[in-house]
Structure formats: structure tokens, C-alpha cells
Design a protein around this ligand. Structure first.
Ligand code: SF4
Length: 211
């Protein structure tokens, strides 16, 4: 069997952990996907419409999923700081606990962790590269992180009125972005190949040394 096909077929077998019939611990696979996404999305993407785009559902289906998660106290809505007419979805402590204890992908995460850090990095980068190829072919990307986004700009020290911790700016939303936020998922992401990686940024080194 060609190596690439064998690798993809193994991926499909791994996917059985997160695509399943019925429910696990009271949630269907799409509800788990939504809870997982919202726990890692940035403040611009924790909206019903961004959620609908990420899980590949209609707004009506996404709204129903949000209601289900709210009814289980895994999610609350709060007014957006950026736009008072909009709501931002927040995963509650109970939702985070449920993810940490029962998320169906936890077994896969544990198996990947057992590979060791270097192998994890290689696997992550390979999968991201595969997704980038798929994006180019289908002209779509569900979500990715600020670190690799063309809209991320470094902030000059001592300028701006944003959050005290903000070290970057999002040029799309014209909003400050902290170093921690650069690791969160965003559905407005646009990939760039030219940006220096944030790991090489002096502030990253400082954060790591304080860590
Ligand atoms: S920099 Fe890109 S990924 Fe980050 S918030 Fe802005 S649009 Fe989203």
C-alpha cells in the first residue's frame, strides 16, 4: 500500500474517537466539537456565527448546540466588549472540567503525548502542512492561531491604549492581542508564510524565562 494512503487510513481510524453515533457523557460529537472549539477560540471567534462556520453547520444548528451546552451549564453568553450588540460565548468552569475529564479525544491526546515532544512537534507541523494544502485546494480554513496570521503586527513599546499586557495588534480587528491570545483559535485567520515565528520574538523568550 502506498505510504501516504496508509497514513491517511490510520488518520481515519483515529477519527473514530471524535466521530461517533449517539452520545458520549451526554453530548453528541458535534456538541463536543463545539465545546472544544469554544474553549480554545479567541474573543472574536466565540460567537454563534463563527461556531457555525467552524463546525460546518447552519446558524440554526449552531444555535441549537449552544442552547444544549447552556442547558448543561457548560456555556454562558455575555455581551461583547467590542460590540455591545453582539454576544460572546464563554465556556464555564464546569464545561472546562467536562472537557478535561470526558472529552472523547482525550485518549488520542494521551497517545500523542506519549510520542514525546519532538515527535509531537513533527506530527503537529505535518498535519498543519496537510491542512494548508487542503485549504489551498478548497480555499477555506476553519480556524488557526494568530501566530501564523498575516494580520498580526507587533506593537511598539509604550504605545496605544489597549490592555496593559498587549504585545501585538490585530490589524483586521484593530485590537490589542496579548502573547497568550496568539495561541488561541480564530476563524478570521489568514495565513502568511513570511512572518518571523513568535517563538523567536524576544518577549517570548522573556515569558518563557519567567515561566
Ligand atoms: S491576527 Fe489574525 S488570527 Fe489573530 S485575531 Fe486577528 S485575524 Fe484573528
Amino acid at each position: 500500500m502506498p505510504l501516504a494512503r496508509e497514513a491517511v487510513e490510520l488518520l481515519v481510524q483515529a477519527a473514530r474517537a471524535w466521530y461517533f453515533e449517539g452520545n458520549q457523557h451526554g453530548l453528541r460529537d458535534r456538541e463536543w466539537m463545539a465545546l472544544r472549539f469554544l474553549s480554545r477560540a479567541n474573543r472574536f471567534s466565540r460567537t454563534p456565527s463563527a461556531l457555525a462556520g467552524f463546525i460546518g453547520a447552519t446558524r440554526a444548528t449552531a444555535s441549537q448546540i449552544v442552547k444544549t451546552l447552556e442547558s448543561k451549564s457548560f456555556l454562558v453568553r455575555k455581551p461583547s466588549h467590542e460590540d455591545k450588540r453582539s454576544v460572546v460565548l464563554h465556556v464555564t468552569a464546569q464545561g472546562e472540567k467536562c472537557l478535561s475529564q470526558h472529552d472523547p479525544i482525550n485518549h488520542v491526546v494521551n497517545a500523542v503525548t506519549a510520542l514525546g515532544t519532538d515527535e509531537c512537534i513533527r506530527l503537529r507541523d505535518s498535519l498543519r502542512e496537510v491542512l494548508n494544502h487542503l485549504d489551498a485546494a478548497h480555499q477555506r480554513l476553519d480556524a488557526s492561531i494568530c501566530r501564523d496570521c498575516m494580520f498580526l503586527a507587533e506593537r511598539s513599546p509604550g504605545t496605544g491604549k489597549g490592555r496593559a499586557t498587549a504585545e501585538f495588534m490585530c490589524r483586521l480587528y484593530r485590537a490589542p492581542i496579548s502573547l497568550d491570545e496568539t495561541e488561541l483559535l480564530c476563524t478570521s485567520f489568514e495565513r502568511t508564510r513570511d512572518r518571523p515565528r513568535i517563538e523567536q520574538h524576544p518577549n517570548r523568550a522573556r515569558a518563557a524565562s519567567q515561566g
